[in-house]
Unconditional design. Sequence first.
Length: 283
Amino acid sequence: MAFSDIEKGTGGNSVRIKRQLVEQAIAHASGGHWSEAVEANRKILEMGPDAEAENRLAKSFWELGELGEAREHYQIALALDPTNRIAERNIERLRVLMSEAGEKTVAAEKASKAPVAIFVEETGKTGFAMLTDLAAPRTLAHVNPGDAVELVPEGNRLYAEANGTRIGIVEPRVAARLLKLLADGNKYSAGITSLGDRDVRIVIREIFQDPRNYGKVSFPTAARSTDLRPYTKGTLLREEELMEEDLEDDEEDEEIEDLDRVLPAEVTGDEAFEEEPDELEEP
């Protein structure tokens, strides 16, 4: 029986049925069960047009490697809701990816999601960073907001890896400081907050402070929009020198400003597998 028939026969029950299907679709996506997510979202669409269901369906096809199908459903979502930034941004990402990979690519491996705790603001222990030297679009195609990021120090670089793949380098202003703290025993957790075809932003949280770093905060000042920008290789040395001076000047400070751009915890629900709007200012 089609859902249009169910809707006629049950009246108000259709709202409950749709809500249950939405919950199922989100649960399937959160668990990486993309074929099941496709079916759940298709059942929702049998009940009528729905931009969010189209977004979820597109995302499911994307994870299955069906790039052409994914783009088609994002375009439908955008037609239903011209203000839908998720659809708009992903259409652009797919345009770039499909120019290299074509209509289809390999299905993504099951992604590792970042723990909810790292998205909760805590003064001095949570901050943002942009990634530079990004991986190819084909690689970034299967990286999404909410995915866990492993920080890997190598020399004077702090590399970012997601799902076992290197996706970029943490910007120097943040990396230079964290490299020193990591070398002295600190530990950090990270996750992707947003990405486009040319930018990836992550949130980083201190999860362990070594006694040797007592009095040294990982993120001592509020993040400014002018700091959240890609860095060129030519700026690396100067940025590292600035961060070394900052680290040496550290002392216990009760008046450190709050980080005002940390992703709120509730964003890790439905949006953990959807594109987050990027609010970075143009440099």
